[in-house]
Write a protein that binds this ligand. Structure first.
Ligand SMILES: Nc1ncnc2c1ncn2[C@@H]1O[C@H](COP(=O)(O)OP(=O)(O)OP(=O)(O)O)[C@@H](O)[C@H]1O
Ligand SMILES: [Mg+2]
Length: 353
């Protein structure tokens, strides 16, 4: 039984019965029992009609609202298509709002699940990465305590090795802070107009000393001096540093890393910044994976050079948070080219680079 309709119909029936009794007693000379009979009959008839009307107007839609809210309570989310009945009244409004609430709750649950999965995976990765240097430091210290401390030549070597692992831990924590801020969207970009050549020159200059030590030449491609883009200066510098350092790290002695700017054929409002090296290259099967957190083609080679495997995933996050693309091309034993797009500022749009 549809109790809301029953209640509406009973009240309507009662009101009609009383009204009938009042009218009849004034206008018609009826006996008491006739009056009761007329009033009861009309009340009953109107009650029945009111019940049918209320049922038709309310029942299906209240059932729909009930289904939606029950589903939300059970964390079940359906696609509610064509659910409005076209009455454009408060009940239809309530149905629309319930569907909207269901979608919002669904989205929020998905977002929280994603964060939770990310958190679990992240903690797993971090503890794995922390273990290696910590165990190494523990090993060196134990050896020193067990007697190697007395031997001056050995203790210096072991302390240096321990120090290298401490540095690794420092890099790791710095990169971890950075990536967690980027991945949770906490780090906001400060987009401004930049002369990309000046940014590249700044970075290249700061890395020349390192390049000399590594026996790798960093050279500049040929491109226009006045290309202005819209980007976050510090973040783009960080991207360039990561990519140029990789180009030097995964290179041969007397190799080169070239940094330059090219037109972007797919969109004339963008340019392509490229970092090309003559290094060891990356196998096709690994290219897709290099931007994954903690992925390293050759773990021992990367670790030896203090690598944490976070550099490229930081790069990818920064580029994507700018709404741009990172492209990796590589041929094993020949070299790699990492390039990313940047948007030209209004002043520079449609420039021929
Ligand atoms: N230019 C390159 N040439 C060849 N391999 C590369 C190049 N750049 C990256 N790689 C491969 O991709 C992996 C991931 O690079 P990524 O920069 O993320 O980490 P990393 O260099 O090992 O450590 P770090 O966090 O210090 O940058 C590297 O370990 C390396 O195997
Ligand atoms: Mg790197």
């Amino acid at each position: 039984m549809f109790s809301l309709a029953l209640r509406i119909s009973l009240f309507t029936g009662l009101a009609v019965a009383l009204l009938t009794a009042a009218i009849c007693s004034v206008w018609l000379a009826l006996s008491f029992w006739q009056l009761i009979g007329y009033s009861f009959g009309t009340g009953l008839l109107i009650s029945g009609i009111a019940y049918v009307i209320s049922y038709l107007i309310l029942y299906q839609r209240l059932k729909t609202i009930n289904r939606i809210t029950k589903n939300i309570a059970k964390k079940r989310f359906e696609e509610y298509n064509n659910i409005n009945t076209g009455h454009r009244d408060e009940l239809d409004y309530l149905i629309t709002q319930s569907v909207r609430a269901s979608k919002t709750v669904e989205r929020e649950i998905q977002r929280l699940n994603k964060i939770e999965n990310y958190r679990k995976e992240f903690i797993g990765d971090i503890s794995h990465e922390l273990k290696t240097p910590i165990f190494a430091i523990q090993g060196f210290l134990e050896t020193l305590i067990d007697g190697a401390l007395e031997d001056e030549e050995v203790n210096r070597v072991f302390l240096n090795k321990a120090m290298r692992n401490v540095n690794r831990l420092i890099y790791l924590t710095k990169d971890l802070m950075e990536i967690s801020k980027l991945e949770t969207g906490e780090l906001k970009s400060n987009i401004q107009e930049l002369n990309i050549r000046n940014v590249i020159l700044d970075v290249v200059e700061s890395l020349q000393h390192k390049a000399l030590k590594e026996g790798v030449e960093i050279r500049l491609g040929i491109f226009d001096k006045n290309i202005h883009v819209r980007a976050d200066r510090n973040q783009i510098k960080q991207v360039l540093i990561n990519l140029i350092e990789n180009g030097m790290k995964y290179n041969h002695n007397k190799g080169f890393v070239e940094v330059g700017v090219r037109p972007y054929p797919k969109n004339r409002n963008k340019i392509l910044v490229y970092i090309q090296d003559s290094g060891i290259g990356i196998e096709p099967r690994d290219i897709k994976r290099v931007t994954e957190r903690f992925f390293r083609v050759d773990k021992s080679r990367s670790r030896e050079r203090g690598g944490t495997g976070l550099g490229l995933s930081i790069v990818k996050h920064i580029i994507e948070s700018h709404g741009e693309n990172l492209v990796v091309e590589s041929i094993p034993n020949e070299g790699s080219t990492f390039s990313f797009t940047l948007s030209l500022s209004a002043k520079n749009e449609l420039i021929a680079v």
